[in-house]
Design a protein around this ligand. Structure first.
Ligand SMILES: Cc1ncc(C[n+]2csc(CCOP(=O)(O)OP(=O)(O)O)c2C)c(N)n1
Ligand SMILES: [Mg+2]
Length: 191
């Protein structure tokens, strides 16, 4: 499955839900799939996409979606343990797993050498997990996850790339400003 088509699918299924996206082509493709102010594009550093989404999910009752990458998740596997520990019911992590650090030259990542991120998630106490390889199964998995109030959900989506789209014209400060302005009534302490 091609990541851009998969991204278009997730963007459509997400409705108004916040989406946090991994750096580089994942964020570029999310922007090309149709910019929404509820897209939180990350740029520059690896490993924090699902950490940001975890914090967001703890702070809201809305469904939050993380579009992470295999290489970036491998750089901060502790995030998976934190998600397993916190058990946010409204968080869905999707890992675009191309089995490589694509943006820096396509070096094979650990997932291309046997590391199974779904099993990592399960061993961290995340029970709603799936690995999908086509758009049909991705649609079923994401639809089920977003309709559920029993997260966290963890979906490994095996993807291919077909050349990069142009870099999205987004700036971190504006992303933060636009995103915060759309945020709906954060939970208050004691709620
Ligand atoms: C902390 C850190 N280390 C290294 C880099 C350089 N870098 C940028 S993208 C990338 C690969 C990311 O891999 P993955 O998350 O799997 O996404 P893909 O490029 O495959 O879509 C690397 C190593 C970085 N931006 N930040
Ligand atoms: Mg990758």
């Amino acid at each position: 499955m091609r990541r851009f088509e998969a991204t278009q699918l997730v963007s459509r299924l997400a409705g108004e839900s916040p989406i946090v996206s991994n750096l580089g082509p994942t964020s570029d493709e999310l922007w090309h799939a149709g910019h929404r102010d509820r897209n939180f594009y990350t740029y520059g550093n690896m490993g924090l996409c699902s950490s940001i989404a975890l914090g967001m999910a703890i702070g809201t009752d809305e469904q939050v979606i993380s579009l992470d990458g295999d290489g970036s998740m491998l750089m901060n596997l502790g995030t998976v343990a934190s998600i397993g520990r916190e058990q946010p019911k409204n968080l869905t992590v999707i890992v675009w797993d191309n089995e490589k650090w694509g943006q820096t030259g396509g070096q094979t990542s650990h997932t291309g050498m046997g590391t199974d991120l779904e099993q990592v998630a399960r061993s961290c106490g995340i029970t709603h997990t799936k690995t999908v390889t086509d758009l049909e199964d991705l649609e079923a998995a994401v639809s089920e996850a977003l309709a559920s109030s029993d997260g966290p959900n963890f979906i490994v989506a095996k993807i291919e790339e077909a050349g990069y789209l142009s870099v999205a014209p987004v700036e971190p400060e504006f992303t933060l400003y636009r995103f915060r302005n759309t945020f709906v009534e954060p939970r208050q302490p004691g709620d």
